[in-house]
Design a protein around this ligand. Structure first.
Ligand code: NAP
Ligand code: GDD
Length: 351
């Protein structure tokens, strides 16, 4: 059987780490693009990494940045992947209001840099674009593949551009290029400034007596929150079909931010109203009020279905934070406790 090769941009992010695990488990050789930082940013994949001199090594990391199209093209030409999962982006909605140009360049144009590199090199690979429910923005729920886009942030606008770039390369050049339109998905590996992880961390720390309060913004917004580990399976399935298409991936149920907060605090026996304060800095200039995905096409065509809903997600995220605060269980949050976490960072091998 031929071993497949995948290239993942954004491998150091939440989804990249779960997808790398999934693909390695399926026997793939996985190459990941890592941007250079002055600190190590590979914590989420360290448990998967082996010394590249080890004949068993199947995960390889390469420096690269979405804003550097020449580097991206060079990597594609050299690595010749069968499947490209384009997950890298400036992914924070609030930050996109502070950095709209960088967000447009990385999250929007970054996708065209990859697509154009694939076209120019003539690589017959399959391409996955990490599209987002944020593209629907103000369009009322439930949202599905045919719902009009009405983005409400520079991030959403950039993702709409990238969505259409992906469709355009599919239609113009016959590329196998798909959009996975994923609704919010979370996990213990979520970045700590997204609301679910921020609240889960706060609930565990307040329970442990390490802080008293947490400051939040809009508690009325509703999101369709699923579990990231399940969503990467949907990405992979999209690239295993006879032809390219676009799919919504969601749970079909929404909860308010307030609901999620309540579930987290109740799980550690606290009343959230005693510990949550408002700070307007966490409000956005324009908000997305209500996201509820209709993933019936993914269920029908891909056979993909979620099992974890927001209340269970809240509990598992708070449990992970609590375990991380317990010295006997101390493992970096989100990392499997049984995994062979290496003592050194993979980046030591690269420089
Ligand atoms: P994440 O945790 O923020 O990860 C983003 C990844 O992109 C990180 O590896 C980051 O590197 C990398 N990156 C950022 N800017 C880059 C640049 N200029 N060059 C190269 N790499 C860069 O995001 P995620 O939650 O895993 O989401 C993965 C993708 O799905 C993103 O495109 C996101 O917009 C999209 N999406 C996410 C959700 C969700 O709910 N999670 C829903 C819909 C769509 P560092 O580690 O160095 O920061
Ligand atoms: N981050 C954050 N911090 N959000 C807060 C806070 C806070 O202190 N207080 C309230 N919120 C509200 C936000 O206003 C928003 O309505 C909701 O919580 C969710 O915010 P985030 O967790 O930051 O996620 P997001 O929905 O804006 O964006 C995420 O989901 C998108 C898919 O719909 C990101 O992962 C995007 O990359 C992704 O595309």
């Amino acid at each position: 059987m031929t071993v497949k090769t995948a290239l993942i941009t954004g491998i150091t992010g939440q989804d990249g780490s779960y997808l790398a695990e999934l693909l390695l488990g399926k026997g793939y050789v996985v190459h990941g693009v890592v941007r250079r930082a002055s600190t190590f940013n590979t914590q989420r994949v360290e448990h998967l990494y082996r010394d590249p001199h080890d004949p068993e090594a199947r995960l390889f990391l390469h420096y690269g940045d979405l804003t550097d199209g020449t580097r991206i093209a060079g990597l594609l030409e050299r690595l010749q992947p069968d499947e490209v999962y384009h997950l890298a982006a400036q992914s924070h909605v609030r930050v996109s209001f502070d950095e709209p140009l960088f967000t447009g360049d990385s999250t929007g144009l970054g996708t065209t840099r990859l697509l154009e590199a694939i076209r120019a090199t003539g690589l017959p690979c399959r391409f996955y674009q990490a599209s987002s429910s944020e593209m629907f923005g103000a369009s009322p729920p439930p949202q599905h593949e045919e719902t009009p886009f009405h983005p409400r942030s520079p991030y959403g606008v950039a993702k709409v551009y990238a969505y259409w770039a992906t469709r355009n390369y599919r239609e113009a050049y016959g590329m196998y290029a798909v959009n996975g339109i994923l609704f919010n998905h979370e996990s213990p590996r979520r970045g700590p400034t997204f609301v679910t992880r921020k609240v889960a961390m706060a609930a565990a720390r307040i329970k442990a007596g390490l802080q008293d309060v947490v400051y939040l913004g809009n508690l009325d917004a509703r999101r369709d929150w699923g579990y990231a580990a399940e969503y990467v399976e949907g990405m992979w399935r999209m690239l295993q079909q006879d032809g390219p298409d676009d799919y919504v991936v969601a749970t079909g149920v929404s909860y308010s931010v307030r609901d999620f907060v309540e579930h987290c605090f109740a799980h550690v026996g606290l009343d959230w109203r005693d510990h949550v304060l408002f700070d307007e800095r966490y409000l956005r200039p324009a908000e997305v009020d209500d996201l509820v995905g209709d993933a019936s096409k993914a269920a029908r065509v891909l056979g993909w279905q979620p099992t974890v809903r927001a209340p269970e997600l809240a509990r598992l995220m708070v449990d992970a934070e609590t375990a991380a605060l317990t010295p006997a269980l101390a493992t970096p949050v989100g990392m499997p406790t049984t995994s062979p976490v290496s003592a050194t960072s993979p980046l030591l091998e690269l420089a």
